[in-house]
Ligand binder design. Structure first.
Ligand code: APR
Length: 237
């Protein structure tokens, strides 16, 4: 079978906005309400672990009541359509929610970690954790109490899967960025990596991102509208 196209899609919080989750840098976003230094850095966690646990517990509880929107579904359907044609779609997400998986995407890399997972700061073991975390919890792996943290990547920490992402980008026929402001690296640099390899790059966002100029195609509007439209056209090609 002929090898079908290989797409790498990067998503940010804008893809989950219409599912009811807040973005970070919009005017009513999470960083308008919280100081990221207090709740999303290792120093913040060391200074006040209870505050950080409360921040993530509130966000983790929201996961139970939300559903994927048409953008998540379109990406899951595109993944199935491409693999049936001998191609592949990899979703690299900055999001810590599980909406891509709920929509049926199987090939997902959470480069900033996952809200529904917890990790021990001592033994480094991680596992599914749908409930609240606190400083009183014993690590289920090493038994030490008080070292459990959300398995998310904080500012100043190294994102996950960077080697796999670089490998996928090097083999990609198309790079698509959806619902991200392009404010945080290394994710914001992926478009430049792809352009350096002469890979066509598409931005699908509510408004131009910080690196809109680096894209070869740009479409603006709500993800639930422009992502299904783009995916339909891509599959029809
Ligand atoms: N449809 C499409 N795009 C949208 C929608 C929507 N309905 N609503 C908002 N957006 C766009 C905004 O215009 C903005 O460009 O989504 C983008 C969200 O940008 P940010 O709030 O900066 O979120 P994100 O890019 O995901 O942040 C990256 O920063 O704080 C860290 O770890 C955190 O993963 C996060 C990273």
């Amino acid at each position: 079978m002929a090898k079908g196209p290989r797409i790498v899609v990067l998503t940010g919080s804008g893809v989950s906005a219409e599912s009811g989750l807040s973005t970070f840098r919009d005017k009513d976003g999470i960083w308008a309400k919280y100081d990221y230094r207090q709740v999303a850095t290792p120093e913040g966690f060391a200074a006040d672990p209870a505050l950080v646990h409360d921040f993530y517990n509130q966000r983790r509880r929201l996961l139970k009541g939300i559903a994927p929107n048409a953008a998540h579904v379109a990406l899951a359907e595109l993944e199935a359509g491409l693999s049936a044609a001998g191609g592949a779609l990899l979703v690299v997400t900055q999001n810590v929610d599980n909406l891509h998986e709920k929509a049926g995407s199987a090939n997902v890399l959470h480069m900033h970690g996952e809200l529904a997972k917890a990790r021990c700061g001592l033994c480094e073991e991680a596992g599914e954790w749908p409930g609240d975390l606190s400083i009183d919890i014993e690590c289920p792996f090493c038994g030490v109490k008080g070292a459990m943290r959300p398995d998310v990547v904080w500012f100043g920490e190294t994102p996950k899967y960077l080697d796999e992402i670089a490998g996928a980008l090097a083999r990609a026929d198309q790079f698509v960025s959806i619902g991200t402001s392009g404010a945080v690296y290394p994710a914001a640099g992926f478009v430049r990596d792809a352009r350096a390899l002469c890979i066509p790059c598409t931005e699908l966002n509510l408004e131009p991102s910080d690196n809109a100029g680096a894209f070869t195609e740009r479409r603006y509007g709500k993800a639930s509208e422009i992502v299904p439209q783009w995916a339909r056209e891509f599959l029809a090609e």
